[in-house]
Structures are given as C-alpha cells and as structure tokens.
Design a binder for this molecule. Structure first.
Ligand code: PAF
Length: 282
C-alpha cells in the first residue's frame, strides 16, 4: 500500500492506478477510522475500484479551535486498518501541504442548504467541507467517491456540488453503520464515556420514535418532529434539531406522504452528535 504525503504524490498515485487499468475509488476521511469508514472501502473494492483513502483533519471545516484540537487522530492504526482492508493508496498530507498559502482565498460556497441544520449550528462548516472535497476531487482526478449516509446533509451537498461544477466524479452514498445498541458509528464516539455513552443512544431512540409514529399513520411532519424532540430533550443534555425532510434536497415537508429522512442532532458530553433515518410511510 502506497502512502502519499504530497499533492503531487497523490496525483501520481491516482494516475498510475488508472494507467494500470483500475478505476479509482476515493474515500475521503478525517481518520480515526471505524467500521463505517471501512464499509466505504469495502464498497469501493466490491465495485472493482482501487481504493484510495484520504486521511486529513481539515481545519477549514472546524469553527471551534478546541474541537479541532480534540478531534481524534491515530494515523498508525488508520494505516494498518487500510492495509488490512486492501486499500491501494492512502493520502495523508499535513495542513501545510494541503493549504501551502494558509487558509485559501478561494473557497467553494455551497447553496442555502449549507446554512440549515448542521450549517446553522456550525457556520462555515460546509464551505470548509466543499472546499477540501473539491481539492481532493481535483487531485484524485476521474473517480468514484464514497460518502457515508451518516453525514447525510454533507452527502446531499456534495452531490449538488459535483452536479453544479460538472466534476468528473461519481458520488456513491453508502448506508450508515450502527453499534449493536443503535448508536451511529462516528469517530467522535471515542470521546464518549459512562453516562454520556448512554445519553448518546437518545439520538437513535428519537429517530425510532419518529419512525414508529409515521408507521402508525401520523402524516403531520410537525407532529413527528415534536415527538422526536421530546425524546431528544429527555435523553440528551443538549438537544438541537429534530427534522423531517425530503431525501433528495433536504427541503422541509409539511406532510409525510412520501419517503422521508428524519434527522437529529444533540450535544452529549464533549461532542456534538448527528444521526438520521430513512422512513417510507406505509
Ligand atoms: O466526512 C468527513 O469525514 C469530512 O467532512 C470529509 C468529507 C472527509 C471532508 O473533510
């Protein structure tokens, strides 16, 4: 497995893979890899792609310096996990390598969806994501890129970015992976201990309550949101949004008369957690 540290090395690695007849499957990550990330690699390999994993904690998408400093990092374990999973190449640059002139003057500003939900709580977050993802796409060249549905809003924004800018990338969305008790896998879960770990289950409980209501015939999106909100307020210390959205563009809905995405967010202990669930009304 090749480890590219510079942008030039990444370009060369991706070109070499294509020249040898492989398609490239880019898996962008911020490291601290877990089974959710590895499921993206597995999907790339199953699609016949040479998997190229990027590991880069992107400062541009963190509003809070403390959050950036505390973000889990374990490169040695990440490289071992990639090797074991059959990854062809890893791109693990430094911040100075990715942003040699410091914070870039030119950024990619997604549309209004970037100001809602996670964007409302983390102003500028999706500009940071869209900017780094566009750089990674530009460096990797023609590829499929794999994103988890765990960050569902990010996935919708990245799909739109690729369509709007005609990028030579085909986006593959992959199902969220959960712990046995329902908690969505996230690198941030490493920072949850004791009672916080128990509270974190409240996100999935809220989504389950929303789903049960819809399956029982409730069609008012506001009623479903209130029910999710109630669980989130009861179970988690810092509840944020509970929202019923259409799955394609994440527009708000009044009536649940088609497949929907339920989305929730809450602060638990030192971290902010998000989760979502697809629901198809009977
Ligand atoms: O989902 C993530 O881990 C990050 O937002 C991404 C896509 C790697 C960009 O930094």
């Amino acid at each position: 497995m090749e480890v590219a540290r510079t942008r030039a090395e990444l370009r060369e690695a991706a070109d070499r893979l294509r020249a040898s007849g492989s398609s490239v499957g880019l898996v962008p990550t911020m490291g601290a890899l877990h089974r959710g990330h590895l499921s993206l690699v597995e999907k790339a390999v199953a699609n016949g792609d040479a998997a190229l994993v990027s590991i880069f904690v992107n400062p541009l998408q963190f509003g809070d310096a403390g959050d950036l400093a505390a973000y889990p990092r374990d490169e040695e374990a990440d490289l071992a996990a990639c090797e074991k999973a059959g990854v062809a190449a890893v791109f693990a640059p430094s911040v100075a390598e990715m942003y040699p002139k410091g914070a870039p003057d030119t950024v990619v500003r997604p549309g209004p969806l970037a100001d809602e939900l996670e964007g409302a709580a983390r102003p500028g977050h999706f500009t940071g994501v869209a900017t780094v993802v566009t750089k990674l796409f530009s460096l990797a060249g023609r590829c499929r890129a794999y994103f988890g549905e765990k960050d569902y809003q990010q996935l919708v924004i990245v799909r739109r970015l690729v369509a709007d800018l005609d990028l030579a990338v085909s986006i593959v969305g992959c199902p969220l992976v959960r712990e046995p008790d329902g908690l969505a896998m996230s690198s941030r879960n490493r920072r949850l201990e004791g009672a916080d770990r128990e509270s974190a289950r409240g996100l999935f409980r809220a989504l389950t309550a929303g789903k049960q209501l819809i399956m029982a015939g409730e069609r008012s999106a506001r009623a479903v949101e209130s029910a999710m909100s109630e669980v989130l307020s009861h179970d988690t210390p810092r509840p944020d949004y509970s929202s019923v959205r259409d799955p394609e563009r994440l527009a708000r809905l009044e009536v649940v008369d088609r497949p929907v995405r339920l989305l929730v967010a809450a602060g638990v202990g030192p971290v902010r957690l998000i989760d979502n669930l697809a629901v198809c009304p009977p």
